[in-house]
Design a protein around this ligand. Structure first.
Ligand SMILES: Cc1cc2nc3c(=O)[nH]c(=O)nc-3n(C[C@H](O)[C@H](O)[C@H](O)COP(=O)(O)O)c2cc1C
Length: 167
């Protein structure tokens, strides 16, 4: 889903990049707030380079399956680290950036994704980001099953196009 969104954005001239959180060390935030005091993050992990990447970007596409009615632990850990942006000096570095979220999950009932969607809506909203679209893909259980969901993938491509056009 994320690939399709990025393809759509690229077709409109956007420069894209994707990262898999599982390829990196992103430790859990424990709220020491060193980042609020102008100090580097105490965790000294890969998230420090992603702060730069996020600041340089115009839009972020988040993708996570539903794991026990929430995002994956990897994605939650990543979002927790956005606390870096929640101080007066750093808020302007993320305020107004666009975001799209893509969420596949196994159950057929979209209600299974409610809490996951809400985490993004509330957290990104709190940071005054602009969540332009949330794409849901119910009925996706096996790895690769999303490839059978042609209509959702088409919608993902169009979402990417619209996202790029809006920037
Ligand atoms: C730990 C775990 C918890 C899950 N919890 C849910 C759930 O609460 N609701 C749901 O619809 N699917 C749930 N699923 C299914 C996944 O959302 C689905 O298989 C998804 O396609 C997995 O994507 P992945 O292969 O990229 O991990 C869960 C899967 C795992 C492994």
């Amino acid at each position: 889903m994320v690939n399709k969104i990025l393809e759509g954005a690229k077709s409109e001239g956007a420069v894209i990049d994707s990262i898999f959180l599982s390829d990196y060390k992103i430790k859990e935030c424990d709220g020491c707030h060193a980042c609020w005091k102008g100090l580097g993050c105490a965790k000294c992990d890969d998230m420090n380079k992603f702060y730069e990447k996020i600041i340089d970007s115009d839009a972020i596409v988040f993708g996570t399956p539903v794991y026990w009615y929430g995002p994956t632990a990897l994605m939650k850990g990543f979002i927790d680290r956005f606390v870096y942006f929640n101080c007066p000096e750093n808020r302007e570095k993320i305020r107004g950036k666009s975001a799209v979220v893509a969420i596949p999950f196994e159950e057929e009932d979209e209600k299974a994704s409610v809490a996951t969607v809400e985490i993004f809506e509330k957290s990104l909203g709190y940071l005054e980001m602009n969540l332009t679209d949330v794409l849901l893909a119910p009925g996706v259980g096996e790895k690769g099953a999303i490839l059978e969901k042609k209509i959702i993938l088409e919608r993902a491509f169009n979402t990417g196009k619209m996202l790029a056009r809006s920037l």
